[in-house]
Write a protein that binds this ligand. Structure first.
Ligand code: SF4
Length: 101
């Protein structure tokens, strides 16, 4: 899928579920800081996973991230986990280096 097609798909997606996200205000848990080390990533993602586990829109969020090849932690799933499930990032940065998928 070309980048322009993805942008069109995003605009057409119903994203009202985002209004019920349990992660509002917690962006720092769901996206890495520059040059984040593996141990810090593990700790950050564990905290993000905990927030997702009690989020009422978890399944919609996970589908959205998979369909849109999102970066970061969405719907209880890391970039690596989405990649391993067959939902490839458009421009992977770390997954190949970590040998995932
Ligand atoms: S499932 Fe996780 S990432 Fe998705 S909206 Fe809920 S808390 Fe945020």
């Amino acid at each position: 899928m070309a980048a322009v097609e993805i942008m069109f798909h995003r605009e057409a997606t119903d994203d009202r579920w985002m209004g019920e996200a349990a992660c509002k205000g917690l962006t720092n848990l769901f996206f890495p800081a520059p040059a984040e080390r593996p141990q810090a990533r593990d700790r950050r993602e564990a905290m993000a996973r905990s927030v997702c586990s009690s989020c009422r829109v978890n399944s919609m969020c996970q589908l959205y991230a998979r369909d849109n090849h999102e970066y970061g932690f969405w719907g209880g799933e890391s970039e690596d986990e989405r990649h391993s499930a067959g939902y490839r990032l458009i421009a992977p940065i770390g997954v190949r280096a970590r040998g995932v998928g």
